[in-house]
Design a protein around this ligand. Sequence first.
Ligand code: X8Z
Ligand code: ZN
Length: 599
Amino acid sequence: MRSRLLPFLLLPLTAASASPPATPDEARAFVKTVNEEMKTLAVKGSTADWIKSTYITGDTERASAWANDDLIAYTRRVLEQAKRFDGLPLDPDTARMLLLLRVNNTVLAPADPAHRAELTELLARMEGLYGAGKYCGPDGQGKCRDLLQLEEVVNRSHDPKALLDAWTGWHAVGRQIRPLYERFVVLANEGARDNGFQDVGALWRSAYDMTPEEFEREAERVWAQVKPLYDDLHCYVRAALQKKYGKALVPDGKPIPAHLLGNMWAQEWTNIYPLVEPYPGVSSLDVTRRLEAQHWDARRMVKLGESFYTGLGLDPLPATFWTRSQFTKPRDRDVVCHPSAWDVTWSDDQRIKMCIRPQEEDLITIHHELGHNYYQHAYVKLPFLYMTGANDGFHEAVGDALALSVTPAYLVKAGLLDRVPPTNDKALINSQLKSALEKVAFLPFGKDIDVWRWQVFSGKVTPASYESSWWALRTKDQGIGPPVPRTEADFDPGAKYHVPANVPYTRYFLARVYQFQFYRALCKAAGHQGPLHACTFAGSKEAGRRLEAMLALGASKPWPDALQALTGERRTDGGALLEYFAPLKTWLKEQNRDQSCGW
Ligand code: X8Z
Ligand code: ZN
């Protein structure tokens, strides 16, 4: 008791009364300074991060860790100082920026500087390990294969043995990351607690203009809305895969083995479309074949993406975008190939970083990444703390909403499809099923990555059950299972980019839902009439104007206000997605009539 009281008593008695009470004006001035100082530090951080991500070495990781150490140390310092303004009657902008300063962080600094440094080093190292990850086992015949090469197999092969080899080979990368992640959880939680949050999960869930508890309930509410459609799709896909691979590999009533879904993480299933196509021969939707045959290079694919945006009346990308972006994988060094979009100096310095291959999946991702760049461009003049999305799901949804509007007719014009598919019921079901393999299949995955991490951060899941809890969750919601038994030496979450890179993931779940809400609103703005799935707003300047008006708000308003500005709605609502897929839903019900669905 004495030792705790003593330092307090030794404080000069005048200390508390020395500083005058804080005022709202002082708070306004404080926020102005923070906006400026923080931007300077953020530019240093993102500059170092860009270099690290495009050239993975011990040196670039260290430089990135240092810059981020400075940034989170600064954030902690100003958050402490800002406590002076608690309870004051602040103007709405000052109050909002002080809120964002607290909640828009994926990590916060532990009070202990040594722990803080260790945390930023771990973050840089984990992303580096992921980016440089390789598998040097059997089917490479002595050669090491990186993620792109292993994805080539998982995405295209229909040979269960090759699929299994590539799947297990890549997932072994998670094992290396496990010990780092265990330590990261301890340190990141320490940082969250030292800054007044219960744990990192609570920090992440605080960034949605509601309490963390309310947000958790919201995510479950929206999932319950769309789950029946997912279950129907799962049932149909399992039956089709069973025809291809047999009952031994794909048994009735059991989860689908994760290596058979055409994606390393079984998160989007578009690549197995040829195996599950409802009406073969009715319509050709094979964009990849044309991209390959016509030798499209990465730049041309990005140009096509940009033209969709400029067609809506939005600005062209800045000239520097074309010289500073990384479009393809460099031959001579390790890079983080996972796609991302940047404004490195927060001043219309937009770039994308990808390892583009001539395939449809990458063309869609290009539209997605450019959505981030157009958001960044729209809010570039706002104060630093407002230079982000209304929430992170909005940022992820913009490009996807536009990509929904890319029609076969548009692709024919670009030379990427032979002919516009016939407008009949069979062609519609083909195209809806293909789209559902991307959009609907993703939904439970989009939610569960963070449901798992929230449990890890809260301590409900400990390292002793990292792996088993991961698969328990994925089995429950996704109806998929590991292709071979896993143990706690494995760490499959670590084989998914956003876990070692510490990027929150619920944003993608929200985005799959928001994008249909945005799309429906933009279709309305473009004067579309008729069923939602038949709409394109390509070329509509009015749609472009409405979109830009929302993007230009950045984070200046609570997200329901931003949503309302574009859509008239104030809630996250799976209704637009369900409306879009209404024809498929009816068709799936019919197909599944004699199946015993579920797992
Ligand atoms: O990470 C991404 C983008 C970068 S923001 C390519 N996505 C998620 C993923 O790849 O897991 C887009 C869809 C989901
Ligand atoms: Zn994104």
